[in-house]
Write a protein that binds this ligand. Structure first.
Ligand SMILES: *Cc1c(COP(=O)(O)O)cnc(C)c1O
Length: 371
């Protein structure tokens, strides 16, 4: 048996390749490379796509989170509640702003921030709750907003895995005070380098973030506060503009492939897809849980199927966060030993999904024969 390898994802431009090339050429010919007409146009177009009043380009998604926190005057001496299952950058962004990340455990079903755990983690120093819309699915925003309202805290959304996702019908990034997006190449909307954006409906916050990302300047060479250098460049903005009009269709393709996985993976299989709790899920990743993850990953690899683990270690367990005196998060610990992400991207053929599912089903049969 020598079936073709199924890669975890593919970053080469597909149907949009000609538009991407034309966009890059346009910038090269235009002779303006940082914060210019492409970034201006992309900010307008991305704000519309995200149903937000304002979008502000940034250098990365990490910077976008830190810029929001700084824009809210959250920094030294302040605490921000974050979930332990996320890219470590969520918590690093809190530290970049000068604040302390405080980890609260996840909900055992959707693996996003548990509102009760968040409430229990609040101290007099807490200023914000930072839920992550994990794998493309929104966190439980209604109870999180209720907790935040009771304690007068800001809710800042990490939307880096959730472009176009909704939570009970509401676009992510517009539910709290602001949302941070990443355009790292692997994200649902990816650039050909780093990029990020802040979205918000708060005009004053938008203006502050716009100033902070560009050294804290109001007018050129007039720095009213110590900002940072975190600007989206013109080539990345042009690439993103070529891709943005296709994002809704690509999201539909991700959803259709996810639905196909759900049908094709048998209920008796030793791996179970993470449930879809909100129809606004945009399937940045398709994640399974299995008590036999190592075996499953090995067997899939032997069948030429590439998988990844998001994430093998809770952020609260990473040595980098020792200083944050992290609490233990038993639900996250367990989930991190069970999750496995299988190939999913818009151009993935449906037959590949079937082949991955067949492998998963077969491994399950073998496993159950053994015990
Ligand atoms: C990718 C990602 C980030 C960081 O985005 P960068 O653009 O790589 O800085 C933050 N949080 C989550 C959940 C992410 O997936």
């Amino acid at each position: 048996m020598s079936a073709a390898r199924i890669p975890f994802l593919s970053l080469r431009p597909g149907e949009e390749a000609a538009d991407v090339r034309a966009a890059i050429e346009r910038v090269v010919a235009g002779g303006w490379y940082v914060l210019g007409p492409e970034v201006d146009a992309f900010e307008t177009e991305f704000a519309a796509a995200a149903s937000a009043g304002f979008a502000i380009g940034a250098g990365t998604g990490t910077d976008a989170i830190a810029l929001i926190l700084r824009g809210l005057d959250i920094g030294a001496g302040d605490e921000v509640i974050v979930p332990p299952i996320t890219a470590a950058y969520t918590a690093l962004a809190v530290m970049m702003a000068g604040a302390r990340p405080v980890f609260a455990d996840v909900d055992p079903v959707r693996l996003t921030l548990d509102p009760d755990a968040a409430a229990a983690a609040i101290t007099p120093r807490t200023r914000a709750i930072l839920p992550v819309h994990l794998y493309g699915q929104a966190a439980s925003m209604t109870p999180i907003l209720a907790v935040a309202a009771r304690h007068n805290l800001a809710v800042v959304e990490d939307c880096c895995q959730a472009h176009l996702a909704t939570s009970e019908g509401r676009p992510v990034g517009t539910i709290g005070v602001a949302g941070a997006f990443s355009f790292y190449p692997t994200k649902n909307l990816g650039a050909m380098g780093d990029g990020g954006a802040v979205v918000t409906n708060d005009r004053a916050l938008a203006e502050r973030v716009r100033r902070l990302r560009n050294g804290g300047q109001t007018d050129r060479y007039h720095h009213v506060e110590a900002g940072v250098n975190s600007r989206l460049d013109e080539i990345q903005a042009a690439v993103l503009r070529a891709r943005l009009p296709r994002l809704a269709r690509w999201t539909g393709q991700r959803r259709a492939l996810a639905a196909r996985y759900r049908v094709a993976i048998e209920p008796r299989a030793a791996a179970t897809p993470l449930p879809e709790c909100d129809a606004g899920h945009v399937y940045h990743l398709f994640v399974l849980r299995s008590a036999a993850r190592a075996e499953l990953q090995r067997e899939l690899a032997a069948d030429g199927i590439e998988t990844l683990v998001h994430y093998p270690v809770p952020v609260s367990r990473q040595p980098a966060f020792r200083e944050a005196r992290p609490a233990t998060c038993p639900t996250a610990e367990r989930a991190c030993s069970e999750v496995l992400s299988v190939p999913l991207y818009p151009a993935l053929p449906g037959e590949s999904v079937d082949r991955v599912a067949r492998s998963i089903n077969r491994i399950a049969t073998t496993a159950s024969l053994e015990d």
